[in-house]
Design a protein around this ligand. Structure first.
Ligand code: HEC
Length: 201
């Protein structure tokens, strides 16, 4: 703006500046606007001390919500049983037999004495024979060619198949049905009741 021309705001009111046909008015600011403005000032005077002193932070709230959700998930997720819930349940074992003969038998033989997969009735367990270990083997699979069955069968069918497997007559012969079967390195024979492990097996 050059020095010889005053700014519009400095022009005397008599000037009645018209720009593109729009006149300059000097109406008072409406009171609702003032009330809103002072309202926000008052709100700030209350809110800022409240906010800064309450100790509330976004991070804290987030951490609390995460903790709450974790607790909720833990409380509602079905805990994986550590012992077979169908042990000795005749109806479940019959169900399990069906799963075993249609799926597992292809690799482990119907009597579970081993074919492509190792014998499941011998005293050798590469991955352990506790309920939880067996369950893990079948749900997640094992690297030596044992597929994971979790998504196809679900945990109930797997537990039932394992309950059935348990009822099969045991054998002391490692890898019965797979004569060239060598007990996996690092595996330890487990006493299979009622017969004690044969010497040298
Ligand atoms: C495609 C063939 C195949 C099918 C089907 C199969 N398995 Fe296996 N399974 C294997 C192989 C191979 C291994 C050896 C894995 C290894 O040594 O890492 C194995 C290992 C296992 C083991 C671990 C044995 C040990 O010594 O620790 C168990 C238990 C087992 N299978 C149970 C089952 C059950 C129950 C089913 C049916 C739901 C099943 N398998 C279906 C091939 C199969």
């Amino acid at each position: 703006m050059s020095a010889d021309r005053a700014e519009i705001a400095e022009l005397p009111r008599s000037d009645e500046a018209l720009r593109d046909g729009i006149g300059e008015e000097d109406n008072p600011i409406p009171s609702w606007w003032w009330w809103t403005f002072f309202g926000t000032v008052v709100f700030a005077l209350v809110y800022i001390p409240y906010y800064t002193r309450s100790g509330w932070t976004q991070e804290k709230q987030y951490a609390e919500q995460v903790a709450q959700t974790r607790a909720l998930i833990q409380a509602t997720a079905p805990a994986i049983p550590t012992t077979n819930p169908f042990r000795g349940n005749a109806a479940a074992i019959a169900d399990g037999q069906q799963t075993f003969t249609t799926i597992c038998a292809a690799c482990h033989k119907p009597d579970a004495s081993g074919l492509i997969g190792p014998s499941l009735i011998d005293p050798y367990w590469k991955y352990g024979h506790a309920d939880a270990e067996l369950f893990l083997t079948v749900t997640k699979g094992r690297p030596g060619g044992m597929p994971a069955w979790e998504s196809q069968l679900g945990s109930e069918k797997i537990w039932k198949a394992l309950a059935y497997l348990e009822t099969l007559p045991k054998s002391q012969q490692s890898g019965l049905g797979a004569p060239d079967y060598v007990p996996p390195a690092g595996s330890t024979p487990v006493a299979v009741p009622p017969v004690a492990p044969a010497p040298g097996s």
